[in-house]
Design a protein around this ligand. Structure first.
Ligand code: OOG
Ligand code: NI
Length: 277
């Protein structure tokens, strides 16, 4: 599979989870903007054949190179940033949950999920949009995970797929700031993740980011219980030049920490949108 096919298929799966992303994409195209992706992001467990180390070879095979690691102690996550083989392809942000840091009960739930993974499914790059590689957990198990890690709960039901794509604001002409992009997104009736402020980062840290609140979809949990839960979101990023004149390539941990909350229904900005409906 070449890199273009990889991202085409990843995008198709992503917009099936987050129809808001196709709407936003089309709205900017209608304004005459060209969409290039700054990065995409994946979430995984550090257990059971889908660890960061297990998934990374698929990225390396596409020509990606490791950039640098990031740590999120409070969220119990670690991550790596990857650079694409060519400038017109997105960077990748790949994170994993440090399962050892959860309670024994939560670890037991996760172990029950990852034990179901079929080894043949993880050998090909399409594992990165496979969704769940296990049966749906019960809603009770989902809520038990949620009490300790929103990331764990999200991953238990949504599975492996692009958690978000990110529009490169650097490539926009009219909507040339993250704030202008966010205002346009809001004019479509979509909510913005305000955790840590609407815009995370600054020109000083060489990266400004904003994101939507995740779209929502009904999922069938074990025992046929249907619940609406947050799925995937869209991000907007503007990069600045480093002192040597090249564009900053990394991520910013303090900003990423808040971007993760785009899927967190407990995020106060999610609640205001839900109440407005
Ligand atoms: C990733 C959040 C971090 C960024 O650009 O800093 C991130 C996630 O929600 O899985 O994407
Ligand atoms: Ni991101």
């Amino acid at each position: 599979m070449d890199i273009q096919q990889f991202f085409d298929r990843l995008w198709d799966d992503y917009v099936s989870m987050a129809p808001q992303a196709q709407r936003i994409h089309d709205a900017f195209v209608a304004e005459g903007e060209t969409i290039l992706n700054d990065h995409v992001a994946f979430r995984t467990f550090d257990r059971g054949m889908i660890t960061l180390a297990d998934l990374e070879p698929h990225l390396l095979a596409l020509g990606y190179t490791r950039l640098e690691p990031y740590e999120f102690s409070a969220k119990k996550l670690r991550a790596y940033g990857y650079l694409p083989p060519t400038d017109d392809q997105p960077r990748v942000f790949l994170s994993e949950l440090k399962c050892d840091e959860l309670s024994a009960a939560a670890q037991h739930i996760i172990d029950g999920l990852v034990a179901q993974i079929d080894a043949t499914r993880v050998r090909t790059p399409d594992v990165l949009w496979a969704g769940r590689l296990w049966n749906a957990p019960s809603f009770e198990a989902y809520q038990a995970l949620m009490a300790e890690s929103e990331y764990a709960a999200w991953l238990s039901i949504v599975g492996l797929r692009a958690n978000h794509f990110t529009i490169s604001v650097n490539h926009f002409h009219t909507f040339d700031s993250v704030e202008k992009v966010l205002a346009k997104v809001e004019s479509l009736g979509l909510g913005i993740n305000a955790s840590g402020g609407r815009i995370k980062g600054s020109p000083q840290v060489l990266l400004e980011q904003g994101s939507t609140l995740a779209d929502r979809a009904e999922f069938t949990f074990a025992g046929s219980q249907v619940e609406e839960i947050p799925t995937c979101y869209y991000e907007f990023a503007k990069r600045y030049r480093t002192v040597d004149g090249t564009l900053y390539q990394g991520f910013v941990a303090a900003s990423a920490d808040k971007i993760f909350e785009s899927t967190d229904i407990r995020n106060p900005s999610h609640r205001s949108v839900l109440h407005a409906e």
